[in-house]
Design a protein around this ligand. Sequence first.
Ligand SMILES: [Zn+2]
Ligand SMILES: [Zn+2]
Length: 126
Amino acid sequence: MDATHAPCPLHPERPAEGTCSRCGTFLCERCRKWQVGRMLCSRCHTVALGEKPSQRATLALIFATVGFIGFVPGLVGLVLGYQELAAIRRGTSPGSGEGWALLARNVGWFHLTVLLIIGLGWMARS
Ligand SMILES: [Zn+2]
Ligand SMILES: [Zn+2]
């Protein structure tokens, strides 16, 4: 679909810069909103924010939190966080899980770093 010459439905004086990845409506520069690399109209953006995060986003956050006790579950959270972010980008998971998935990914990296430091210290001693 060539969106470059179509006018924005809300701002007819502005050319559309793309289409909403959800409903396909033309969007000008002022109308488009971004969510995890997806271009959305303001209506779909609001709907996407109201969606419940997916089960995987929830699990990723739980594992990342449990990782503070034993670190290893934090690595599960890291993997799940990455999977969930990829799914949100593909549009197969609700975008509302983005915050949780990002958090799980970042906390997961923290656990991985701590594990590496512990591992290195252990190797240095033996
Ligand atoms: Zn839309
Ligand atoms: Zn517009």
